[in-house]
Design a protein around this ligand. Structure first.
Ligand SMILES: Nc1ncnc2c1ncn2[C@@H]1O[C@H](COP(=O)(O)OP(=O)(O)OP(=O)(O)O)[C@@H](O)[C@H]1O
Ligand SMILES: [Mg+2]
Length: 315
């Protein structure tokens, strides 16, 4: 388990992290989210002892990194997607780290295979693509079978196939009971990847907890030529006590909260009302973030992106 308690880091007049408190549980993938400059990397560096806190504590399994007995067995961390020596091959790179941690060469072979790098193993890393570098870094972090993984922007630069692979891979590691914290400033990138989130901005905590609880239940967009009558039926129905919320969004479309798509379809059928389309809208992390910041605009230095566009930029 990762515990961050009243953690603060100041660089001169800049407060990178301010009185930050949160925990990261094992067995789930936790997203560490916030715009550029929010303090994600600084916090992760404090967790791995690369930066010392101004005040507060950052511990892993109850101890600061420097006091762990076998740090590489406990924590695997990835910070920079180009950290390998360009003249080394992937195999050389892993062998150097394996030797430092006291792991056998067979572990190197195993990881190259696990991360689908066997074919590229004897090529120099200067020619590696971003996705290959990300895999190599992940392999390096995994050398000591760590219980805790800290990955700084692991999805950066991955193509859709790479994202799918990363998602499956992190899920497997979490299912094995590991503690996984991944940072990102690209919300849509991690939406499908994480169970829990810790959201920070300007070094301060905005929210923490399961994404499903923070983002709220999904809404259903209904397209019906009988939208008015369907609205009356929905409002008069009683799913779990409270009737669903119905909002007309124009063009014969309704946005319904509090009843799922099958429930709406069954109700419409029972009243012989036509439904042409039902779309479940899962709440986006982007909306969660905007709600948390009260729709305040981000400044020019803070970029928080979704897949379609840069979310907001102040003027
Ligand atoms: N070594 C340093 N010296 C001075 N200021 C620093 C240093 N490291 C970080 N900062 C400042 O601390 C703040 C937080 O930076 P940090 O890199 O932790 O943000 P981040 O959330 O990782 O951002 P990004 O999404 O861009 O990676 C920024 O204002 C940054 O300029
Ligand atoms: Mg960063």
């Amino acid at each position: 388990m990762i515990e961050v308690s009243h953690l603060t880091k100041r660089y001169g007049t800049v407060t990178a992290v301010r009185d930050l408190t949160f925990t990261v549980e094992p067995g789930v993938v936790t997203g560490f989210l916030g715009p550029n400059g929010a303090g994600k990397t600084t916090t992760m560096r404090m967790l791995t002892g690369l930066v010392s806190p101004t005040s507060g504590t950052a511990t892993i399994d109850g101890r600061p990194y420097g006091q762990l007995r076998r740090p590489s067995r406990t924590v695997g961390a990835v910070f920079d997607a180009s950290a390998s020596h360009p003249g080394h091959t992937a195999r050389d790179h892993l062998r150097v780290y394996a030797a430092m941690g006291g792991y056998p060469d067979s572990r190197v072979t195993e990881l190259l295979d696990l991360l689908d790098l066997t074919e590229a193993a004897d090529r120099r890393t200067r020619g590696f693509s971003t996705g290959m570098r990300q895999r190599l870094n992940l392999a390096t972090a995994l050398l000591g079978y760590p219980r805790v993984l800290l990955l700084d922007e692991p999805a950066n630069g991955l193509d859709p196939e790479g994202m799918l692979w990363l998602r499956g891979y992190l899920r497997r590691l979490a299912d094995e009971g590991r503690t996984i914290l991944i940072s990102s400033h690209v919300l849509s990138e991690v939406q499908q990847l994480v169970d829990d989130v810790v959201v920070i901005r300007r070094g301060e905590l905005l929210a923490a907890g399961p994404l499903s609880r923070l983002a709220g239940p999904p809404a259903v967009l209904v397209h019906s030529p009988d939208a008015d009558r369907l609205t009356t039926v929905l409002r008069g129905s009683r799913a779990d006590g409270d009737p669903p919320e119905v909002e007309a969004v124009g063009g014969g479309r309704l946005r319904v909260r509090g009843l799922d798509a099958p429930g709406i379809a069954d109700l419409a059928a029972a009243h012989r009302l036509r439904v042409h389309e039902l779309v479940t809208e899962h709440p986006s992390l982007e909306h969660l973030f905007l709600n948390l910041t009260n729709d305040e605009h981000l400044t020019n230095d803070e970029h928080l992106t979704n897949d379609k566009a840069v979310t907001t930029c102040g003027t």
